[in-house]
Write a new protein. Structure first.
Length: 156
């Protein structure tokens, strides 16, 4: 279940804003794409970041990915449990898998998605339409993609 009270950045971080505190983690989709996490790099309490700054990274047996600050602020708490149990992000990305808490500096800027984002389907349709394929082939591809999207657990 994807929590609706959270806000989501296009880079697959989620944020829960409560007063002047922002709790930050990565989305269910992001952790699924990475696979079983083996390491989480987090900043130190007291570090400050501007919105969009890289503040840490997550690593799995398949890949590594940077994590970006969805809001500007000062780190007031890090999830110490992730040092010994990074798999908590895989098991509960919106709960025990939170990564940092920030004291928000100013108003969050930019656009947020109301739900966790998933990769865009538009580029696949565009490529199929302009690779000399027929309209019928493009429609078949569109139908396959649309059917896949309808089965997806991610709304939006």
């Amino acid at each position: 279940m994807i929590p609706k009270e959270l806000k989501y950045a296009k880079s697959h971080e989620w944020v829960l804003i409560e007063g002047d505190t922002a709790t930050v983690g990565i989305t269910q989709f992001a952790q699924e794409q990475l696979g079983d996490l083996t390491f989480v790099e987090v900043p130190e309490v007291g570090d400050t970041f501007e919105q969009g700054d890289e503040f840490g990274s997550v690593e799995s047996v398949k890949a590594a990915s940077e994590i970006y600050a969805p809001v500007a602020g000062e780190v007031i708490e890090v999830n110490e449990a992730l040092e010994d149990a990074p798999e908590q992000i895989n098991e509960d990305p919106y709960g025990k898998g939170w990564i940092i808490k920030l004291k928000i500096n100013g108003e969050p800027e930019g656009s947020w998605t109301p739900t966790a984002i998933r990769p865009s389907l538009t580029p696949k349709i565009t490529r199929a339409s302009f690779q000399g394929g027929s309209l019928r082939a493009a429609l078949r591809l569109f139908t396959r993609i649309a059917n896949h999207a309808l089965r997806s657990p991610y709304p939006g």
